[in-house]
Design a protein. Structure first.
Length: 355
């Protein structure tokens, strides 16, 4: 293989899945140099059709675990694998971990020490970001996303001083942004990233609807309100999510026995909201009372239920199946966070400016 021209070797490797390429890096220094180069990792991700990209779940508690939930055999007996990161920094950031978001195979984590990190669960590469310049316990909300026109990953955070700060992976530094979050944000609802925009759920007690979806655009660096359809105006939004690359919300009306799942088919267009399905609340303490959409799994939808277990819902047949997940070292009362990530070779270190 090493006797082949580099162009031919590169073309062959670009057709292989990320996990196989990661294993090939151990064969020789030449292959490791080729496969780990920024040009190769970005080209490999760009040329892999979405239908062929392998998706996995990342579970976040005080530790990290991964699971191939899209494998039907594993769905019958889900046993996540403990993720040991290749970084000497990990032992310095033990304790509670917040899962901020996932994009293009990179995951953003926030540690109790108010330090962020970017992690690739496939390669286990980790980059600890510089301090955002805020005192402990002052970060109120966060978001993570990607700016395609600059090929740059960014983290946004807002402290109790109401100052918004944005980190650029390419510049390697934080800066203040003069944008305001107009409404209080429900921190219990995880932010989601769609189309260059991080979305948070805000609430306004003096207006209808009570809940409003706000989006911070990483390009314009402004916070904008997202339009909701008329049918949603009297409903309470309980969760945000992304399904098939589209923004979605779960909502419920007072004294209702069902949760509605709405999907925004065309981003930013009020009339494009479509009610996809209903989830019945069978009894008051049902896990359906607190669910968050995670991903499509074939013709089913995967939800996180009550921050304790997974739930697969067949929206056509109206059936629901609970999947109990055991995580190594997880306490009986410890809640878990879940995100979908792609298996890619994208490195959190590839976006550091070399000027």
């Amino acid at each position: 293989m090493e006797n082949l021209p580099v162009e031919i070797t590169t073309n062959i490797f670009l057709r292989l899945p990320a996990r196989s390429l990661g294993q090939l890096q151990c064969v020789s220094k030449t292959l490791k140099t080729l496969i780990s180069s920024p040009y190769f990792t970005k080209t490999h991700h760009a040329q892999t059709p979405p239908a062929l990209r392998r998706l996995k779940l990342l579970f976040c508690t005080s530790s990290l675990h991964t699971l191939d939930i899209f494998n039907e055999q594993i769905q019958r007996n889900p046993r996540p694998h403990y993720l040991r990161l290749r970084s000497s920094h990990v032992r310095n950031y033990c304790g509670a971990v917040e899962l901020v978001g996932s994009c293009n195979g990179l995951v953003c984590l926030l540690y109790a020490s108010n330090r962020y990190s970017l992690v690739n669960p496939t390669t286990r590469a980790m980059r600890v970001l510089p301090d955002a310049g805020m005192l402990p316990a002052r970060i109120r909300l966060s978001g993570f996303g990607y700016v395609a026109r600059r090929d740059d990953y960014r983290v946004v955070c807002v402290g109790s001083d109401e100052v918004m700060r944005v980190f650029s992976a390419k510049d390697g530094s934080w800066r203040r942004v003069w944008a305001l979050v107009p409404l209080p944000v429900n921190r219990g609802i995880k932010p989601v990233f769609v189309g260059g925009v991080v979305h948070w759920l805000g609430f306004d007690s003096g207006a209808s609807p009570l809940h409003k979806v706000m989006g911070f655009d990483f390009v314009d660096e402004e916070v904008k309100m997202l339009p909701l359809c008329e049918q949603m105006s009297k409903r309470v939004i309980t969760a945000l999510g992304v399904l098939g690359g589209r923004l979605c919300v779960l909502s419920v009306a007072d004294h209702d026995r069902d949760l509605d799942l709405w999907v925004m088919m065309e981003y930013g267009v009020r009339e494009s909201w479509m009610r996809l399905c209903e989830l019945p609340i069978v009894y008051p303490h049902s896990p359906f009372a607190s669910v968050s959409p995670i991903s499509y799994v074939g013709y089913e939808i995967l939800f996180l239920a009550d921050s304790r277990c997974l739930m697969l819902s067949d929206i056509g047949g109206g059936t629901h199946k609970t999947l109990e997940v055991e995580l190594q070292g997880r306490g009986s009362t410890e809640e878990m966070q879940v995100a979908v990530y792609e298996e890619t070779l994208v490195s959190p270190h590839d976006f550091i400016c070399q000027e």
